[in-house]
Design a protein around this ligand. Structure first.
Ligand code: COA
Length: 527
């Protein structure tokens, strides 16, 4: 991209608008599920589409924070929209819950590797944020052609059941409503739930379906007799409630949640929400899509936080990392945002700031736009290795909830220092113009071609070097694309800049209601 082209706000806005149009069209792919024909078949069976089920389940008018809707984008020939499962956080009978709902129009709701990852990730989020889990089950178990990638290992199907047992033991209710045929693995979702509801006529639970029963013990039986809802409600006791249709099942689930005796207690000194004075719709015109163009990240922060007000920490020092406290939807938050490459000073300031927030129990928000830590003789003599490590150490050991948004580049050790996925932030979201990789395509192609040149003993074949340069650039362009990342569940979803304040507001509420009341002091070591 021509650098000069993106210098004016209008041009930045125009480029970002294109990126937003791409995001919105891909979201339509996710929401369409298995397509019109399979939706018609689904409806003809008296079943309700997965997203409508969720709408009926949630408190009217309350928000739903959907997670990783673009999982599987570009994978499996595009045939598994949203990885065949909808996950997200919403309010049911006044209680924030994690909803995990299979989309039976996508390969019978069976589990691809990304489906399993998305299901496990939703449980991890539920556990950390102390949310009851509601499973809307309509699933054919493991997608058998890829059974080696969904069944045997840690993080595969077995882990979803392990999580159910452990979360229940940890006081987090696990509740199911069964809408379709649940065979084998699928059967364990309701079987391991604290309470379950089944829909008569379509809901089925059996460890082995009729074909398996015939093959194993030569018994010929129909599905309804073997695992129908009435049989399970009246004879086996596998389910606790019989629902005559899907609406009744969803209503029953709401009733169960209403009876959980659930009390969320917030720890923060929350104040009244005040809208930002500056408009978030202007963010694209500030940041553009060319990551090489600098901008002042304060202009982004001011469009996210209450009243556009923030109190900056050490504003005169380590200016490439902006550290500031603010309120967002009334919740206090400590923000670390990149404003250039990280130097020793900015790293030390960041570590100091994290300690302050930790001591004051203020959640942390990392806004990543970072190429990495400073390199070179001067930086090394200044101790960048140990000073950057202090930032990493303070961030990794912080006891307050941490949230991360990739607003621009997320490269190399900068990703680590700024609380990338590997450091377990509660949520990671990305903006459509972000990039994530060890390094940029420019730097990677230079590194690899230089390495090749120096390892060649004889004369250098310039054609080979050019091919390597081109191949590396292409690989890094493709793999640092945010859709490549979100398809593989490296984040919890791509969100628009203008949606970010509300998304973070929900995350801060969840963080507040689940923050452990940790004992003891958190010391502040001056850096
Ligand atoms: N593995 C691979 N493919 C599966 C699958 C699975 N576990 N479950 C469903 N599918 C596929 C079907 O082959 C079909 O693919 P196609 O459209 O390419 O032909 C598609 O998903 C839709 O399945 P279909 O049977 O038409 O849907 P349905 O709504 O009538 O029935 C189920 C859904 C889940 C009840 C039924 O597909 C089923 O019983 N699946 C097998 C369940 C099983 O034995 N699982 C064991 C897992 S350990």
């Amino acid at each position: 991209m021509n650098a000069a082209l993106e210098s004016a706000p209008a041009q930045r806005q125009a480029h970002y608008d294109k990126a937003l149009a791409v995001l919105r069209s891909r979201m339509r792919w996710a929401v369409a599920g298995g397509g019109e024909k399979l939706h018609a078949r689904h409806r003809a069976r008296g079943k309700i589409a997965v997203r409508e089920r969720i709408e009926l389940l949630l408190d009217p008018g309350s928000p739903f924070l959907e997670l990783s809707p673009l999982a599987c984008w570009g994978l499996h020939g595009g045939a598994v929209p949203a990885a065949g499962i909808v996950t997200g956080i919403g309010r049911v009978s006044g209680v924030n819950c994690m909803v995990i709902a299979n989309d039976a129009t996508v390969k019978g709701g069976s589990f691809f590797p990304e489906t399993t990852r998305k299901h496990v990730r939703a449980q991890e989020i539920a556990w950390e944020n102390r949310l009851p889990c509601l499973y809307l089950v309509d699933c054919g178990g493991a997608f058998l052609p890829q059974q080696d990638r969904v069944f045997p290992d840690w993080g595969h199907f077995g882990t979803t059941f392990y999580h159910q047992c452990r979360m229940s033991a940890d006081g987090l209710p696990q509740l199911s409503a069964v809408f379709g045929g649940c065979t084998a693995g699928g059967a364990y979702i309701p079987a391991l739930s604290d309470e379950s509801v089944m829909v008569e006529g379509t809901g089925r639970i059996h460890l082995g379906g009729p074909p398996i029963v015939k093959a194993a013990i030569a018994e010929v039986v129909d599905g309804e007799t073997l695992g129908g809802a009435r049989m399970h409600a009246q004879v086996s006791g596998v389910t606790d409630y019989l629902a005559l249709d899907e609406r009744q099942a969803l209503h029953k689930l709401r009733e169960i949640v209403a009876g959980l005796n659930w009390k969320a207690v917030g720890a923060a000194q929350r104040i009244a929400t005040r809208a930002p004075l500056l408009d978030a719709a202007e963010i694209p015109s500030i940041i553009g899509t060319d990551l090489r163009q600098p901008y002042d990240v304060r202009e982004v922060i001011k469009r996210l936080v209450d009243s556009s007000e923030m109190q900056e920490f050490k504003p005169e020092y380590g200016s490439t990392l902006v550290c500031a406290t603010a309120h967002l939807h009334g919740y206090p938050v400590g923000i670390l945002a990149n404003n250039g490459v990280l130097f020793s000073e900015s790293s030390l300031k960041g570590a100091h700031f994290i300690e302050l927030c930790n001591q004051r129990r203020i959640p942390l928000l990392f806004l990543q736009n970072i190429t990495g830590f400073m390199v070179g003789t001067e930086a090394e003599r200044g101790g960048i290795a140990k000073n950057s490590a202090k930032l990493v150490y303070a961030m990794a050991t912080a006891r307050v909830p941490r949230l991360t948004v990739l607003i621009g580049g997320s490269y190399g050790a900068g990703n680590y220092g700024m609380c990338g996925r590997g450091f377990g932030p509660r949520f990671v979201f990305a903006w459509p113009g972000s990039r994530i990789a060890t390094m940029s395509p420019d730097v990677a192609s230079t590194v690899l071609t230089e390495l090749r040149r120096s390892s060649l003993k004889g004369p250098v074949d310039e054609a080979e070097i050019a091919a390597l340069e081109q191949q590396t650039r292409q690989q890094f362009e493709e793999q640092s694309d945010p859709y490549y990342a979100t398809a593989r569940l490296w984040d919890d979803g791509i969100i628009e800049p203008a949606q970010t304040r509300d998304v973070l507001g929900i995350c801060l509420q969840l963080a507040d209601e689940s923050t452990p009341r940790f004992e003891g002091q958190s010391p502040v070591y001056r850096m």
